[in-house]
Design a protein. Structure first.
Length: 92
């Protein structure tokens, strides 16, 4: 009788332990999936940031080209104004 009770108790504890181990494995698997998703999301975010940086660099290069052209135009206009002023002085 006592032996039967011990066997029953052992089986009950074993089943309970197996259930808890299964739950722990499930929790570990879920946690691992969440971490993998977080890693994937961070990689995706990093790629998006790299694209934004690349686009910004292209826009900055275009703005620098426009600024350089505007400065060249300004210098050309300034030179033209000087020449016109010289011609006007000579005519006077």
């Amino acid at each position: 009788m006592f032996k039967t009770f011990l066997k029953y108790l052992f089986v009950k504890l074993t089943k309970t332990f197996e259930k808890e181990v299964k739950q722990a494995h499930k929790w570990v698997d879920n946690t691992q999936e969440r971490f993998n998703k977080m890693i994937d999301d961070s990689v995706s975010s990093e790629q998006k940031i790299d694209m934004v940086i690349s686009d910004a660099r292209v826009q900055i290069a275009e703005l620098n080209r426009i600024i350089a052209q505007a400065l060249a135009d300004k210098e050309q206009i300034s030179n033209l104004q000087s020449k016109v002023a010289d011609v006007v002085k000579e005519k006077e």
